[in-house]
Write a protein that binds this ligand. Structure first.
Ligand SMILES: Cc1cc2nc3c(=O)[nH]c(=O)nc-3n(C[C@H](O)[C@H](O)[C@H](O)COP(=O)(O)OP(=O)(O)OC[C@H]3O[C@@H](n4cnc5c(N)ncnc54)[C@H](O)[C@@H]3O)c2cc1C
Length: 323
């Protein structure tokens, strides 16, 4: 369906669109449309949208989207309102400075690499790992994104959440159940679904030049080991305890396995690439299911997906059999 002109909505300045093609907004460059999409102009605009347009959000619940680097919307689309945090929620500032450390407040739409560079440029160390994660602060908070031995929530001292009626509250880490590539709001405390609009991060004072050098080093490691020139969503599966998903997939000889336009990367076995930019979400999802089934059969390890797949299911019976 063609995308309509932005709809003008009372009380907000951000654009609301219908039938937003989500392939444009996810790094896999595949998949279907969101029924509605809203691009808040800034944080007050997002809050106003939640407060004023509750009926729309009840019918088409929010799907927060950062840079879409861990997300796939199925081909038949999703009955949701995609909320694009980038670039409207771009606030980034030092909130507190002590002789040992500084606290940075970053809004959800700030790119994680931008936060890493901002910290380094303020003479802080510890944020370098974020430079290679091609998502937003909101995505990093949601996924507890991490690499090279560091994780997002090791540095979080608080996070602001918005709930469906537009109320916003700041919560400390105790309000969250935090694990490996997993964060759940502690519903007993919050009582309802909530989304991140900003995070507070504490990094220690150190040597900014050393942090910038480390960023450069980590980025070149990625270029050497990841298929960054093809559309992908990073690691498809979580690493199982004590092992690496990539090692298991490679040991089953699955590098290069393809379904339609989707294939297991030859460069990194835990990446699925949209080889010619024409894969459907169904092909990607079918390939994920096949890799999972083969690895389970041959190694006894059932890999758990790290990528988030949402929307109307259109999975074929072939995949159902295998998963
Ligand atoms: C080349 C490449 C390399 C990668 N390397 C790593 C890595 O080293 N480590 C790692 O952990 N990940 C890695 N990833 C995966 C991905 O970058 C991270 O998971 C990232 O944190 C996702 O951020 P995003 O803004 O793109 O989130 P999106 O993909 O837009 O969203 C991911 C999920 O978070 C939800 N979400 C997004 N924003 C919010 C919000 N504000 N509030 C509530 N929910 C929200 C979405 O609804 C969705 O469920 C990689 C991806 C790619 C493409």
């Amino acid at each position: 369906m063609m995308m309509a002109e932005p709809l003008h909505r009372a009380g907000v300045s951000g654009a609301l669109t219908e039938h937003e093609p989500m392939a444009r907004h996810v790094t896999w460059r595949a998949g279907g449309a969101a029924r509605y999409a809203f691009r808040p102009a800034d944080r007050p605009d997002l809050i106003a949208f939640f407060q004023i347009h509750r009926a729309l959000l009840e019918r088409y619940p929010p799907l927060f989207v950062g840079l879409g680097s861990n997300l796939l919307v199925r081909d038949r689309g999703i009955a949701a309102t995609a909320i694009f945090t980038h670039p409207g929620l771009q606030g980034l500032r030092i909130a507190e400075a002590t002789p040992e450390a500084m606290t940075i407040v970053a809004e959800a739409g700030v790119a994680a690499p931008k936060l890493a560079r901002y910290a380094a440029n303020h003479g802080l160390e510890g944020a370098e790992f974020l430079a290679g994660i091609p998502g937003t602060v909101g995505g990093a908070l949601t996924m507890n994104a991490g690499c090279y031995g560091s994780e997002t929530w090791e540095h979080v001292t608080g996070a602001e959440l918005i709930v469906s009626d537009g109320d916003v509250a700041l919560h400390g880490p105790a309000a969250f159940d935090i694990g490996y590539r997993h964060v759940a709001t502690n519903f007993a405390m919050l009582g309802r679904e909530a989304w991140f609009i900003s995070g507070q991060f504490r990094f220690r004072r150190g040597n900014g030049q050393r942090a910038r050098d480390r960023i450069r080093e980590l980025l070149s490691k990625r270029v050497a080991t990841q298929p960054l020139q093809l559309p992908n969503a990073g690691s498809v599966f979580r690493n199982p305890p004590g092992d690496h998903a990539a090692r298991l997939i490679e040991s089953c000889g699955l590098k290069g396995l393809a379904i339609g336009g989707a294939s297991v990367s030859e460069k990194h076995a835990n990446f699925i690439v949209n080889t010619a930019g024409r894969a459907s979400a169904a092909e990607i999802e079918q390939l994920i299911a096949r890799v999972r089934a083969v690895v389970a059969e041959r190694t006894g390890v059932l890999l758990e997906p790290e990528v988030r797949i949402v929307g109307e299911t259109n999975i074929s019976s072939d995949v159902k059999r295998e998963s």
